[in-house]
Design a protein around this ligand. Structure first.
Ligand SMILES: [Fe+2]
Length: 126
């Protein structure tokens, strides 16, 4: 069974999807079950992938990595998401940009912050 806000990837074509309404017992793409991405918080490379959250005057700023993650054509952060009880805020990034984003969200309301690296997958900070 899928759950709201889960992220799935097709390991054949690379499609990445997020559940915005539950329904299907499983997701299939390219004739195969899609892989549910759990969101890592520990592993090799965590210093370049764990989102770091700082309060700002208007909300929060999220930076990817205590060591800044690369933003190259072949290796970059595709999006950063901030989850609260009733909001999912996502900023899409491109190569050449900084691996960071600001969100008009009260830091006290943040449940989870996650980011997706095109090579190393989903990472999260709770
Ligand atoms: Fe990466």
């Amino acid at each position: 069974m899928t759950n709201l806000r889960e992220i799935y990837k097709c390991n054949v074509c690379g499609n990445v999807v997020e559940i915005v309404h539950t329904g299907a017992p499983a997701l299939v793409c390219c004739g195969q079950p899609m892989e549910k991405l759990e969101g890592r918080s520990e592993d090799m490379g965590l210093e370049k992938h764990l989102p770091i959250v700082q309060p700002t005057e208007k909300g929060i700023k999220v930076t990817v990595g205590s060591i800044e993650h690369p933003m190259e054509e072949k290796h970059f952060i595709q999006f950063i998401e901030v989850l609260t009880a009733d909001k999912v805020c996502r900023v899409e990034l491109k190569p050449g940009q900084k691996p960071e984003a600001s969100f008009p969200v009260d830091i006290a309301a943040v449940l989870e912050v996650r980011e997706y690296c095109n090579l190393h997958g989903l990472w999260k900070t709770k």
